[in-house]
Design a protein around this ligand. Structure first.
Ligand SMILES: Nc1ncnc2c1ncn2[C@@H]1O[C@H](COP(=O)(O)OP(=O)(O)OP(=O)(O)O)[C@@H](O)[C@H]1O
Length: 314
């Protein structure tokens, strides 16, 4: 459905510096209707790769196909039209503050070339209903919580009835409870509308909760790929430190002074380093569940555990 072939994006050199190979010869196939997670350290090229998919950042070389259309072969009006099949949401929500919620959603339809105001209103109302935020249609973004803003952003992205939803750190600005709610909506949108979701995040829990497939990026390259189901298979041993973190039990700090352990956030020195013997997947998916009374760590656990102030997913 989404096919990236030998995609590279190089940013020109600043004075006296080398060019930045933000994305370096990435080939990736993302099946229709799946949820693809892209994870990696800061600066690995995740956002650039995501923006390569809708050509918000046109690759320097390589081919991007979405639903059979080669976007990299298009320009002007043809590219604008093809982009309507791709919605996008961002960490900062990117809502227009002096427009109401409904007007924000209608605006995306206007940009998509929908001239009939009545149709814009109907489609906006439909999109707001999908994320259960119809009652906020007439309020301004400043009157919304972060989670509500992101739900409006999802509605705005869905209004043009896209086949693909690109998510750039969609929950990084949200607390864990609100994160769980937003992830549940993304899961619903994927399952009920069949929308292919590509999500860039540095939040491991988001990947674990939502993704079908995982791609790990380092220095502009996809260095490891696996099915998310592998994360639950005993003995699964990813090669990268991020992969190993995913199968670990999360952050683990030795307060007795024993140093960094497998589940801990890798230090900068770990980035791209070969697996060390002390960083094996020794805390696999069979690790002990949280003791009773502790907060659940997965998004779905959080959904179950909390009656969110956001009103919660359907
Ligand atoms: N418009 C740009 N001009 C120049 N360099 C850029 C531009 N956009 C990104 N870069 C550089 O490209 C590299 C990859 O950036 P990118 O934002 O894709 O990484 P990332 O993995 O998403 O990082 P983060 O998790 O911090 O957002 C970085 O070195 C960044 O500084």
């Amino acid at each position: 459905m989404i096919s990236l072939r030998h995609v590279s994006t190089t940013f020109p050199a600043a004075r006296g510096k080398d060019p930045i190979h933000a994305v370096d010869d990435v080939s990736l196939e993302i099946p229709r209707g799946s949820i693809q997670g892209i994870i990696g350290f800061s600066g690995a090229g995740k956002s650039t790769l995501l923006r390569n998919i809708n050509l918000l950042e046109r690759p320097t070389s390589g081919e991007v196909r979405v639903g059979g259309t080669e976007l990299t072969g298009l320009g002007g009006e043809a590219l604008r039209r093809a982009r309507h099949q791709i919605g996008m949401i961002f960490q900062g929500f990117n809502l227009v503050n002096n427009l109401t919620v409904a007007q924000n959603v209608e605006l995306s339809l206007k940009f998509a070339g929908e001239r009939d105001r009545r149709v814009r209103r109907e489609r906006a109302a439909e999109a707001l209903e999908i994320v259960d935020i119809t009652e906020k249609a007439k309020v301004y973004p400043a009157q919304l919580s972060g989670g509500q803003k992101q739900r409006v952003a999802i509605a705005r992205a869905l209004a043009t009835r896209p086949e693909v939803l690109l998510c750039d750190e969609p929950t990084s600005a949200l607390d864990p409870f609100t994160t769980a709610t937003v992830l549940q909506y993304l899961a619903d949108v994927n399952r009920e509308l069949g929308i292919t979701v590509v999500i860039v995040t540095h939040e491991m829990e988001v990947i674990k909760a939502l993704a079908d497939h995982v791609a790990v990026m380092e220095s502009g390259r996809v260095v490891e790929q696996f099915h998310a189901a592998e994360l639950r298979r005993e003995g699964f041993a990813p090669r990268t430190s991020i992969g190993r973190y995913l199968v670990s039990d999360g952050i683990s700090v030795d307060r007795r002074g024993g140093g960094v352990r497998a589940g801990s956030e890798p230090s900068a020195a770990d980035q791209g380093a070969d697996p060390g013997a002390d960083q094996g997947a020794d805390q696999g998916p069979g690790a002990d569940p949280p003791a009773s009374g502790r907060e659940p760590r997965t998004a779905s656990g959080l959904v179950a555990a909390t009656a969110s102030s956001e009103g919660g997913p359907r």
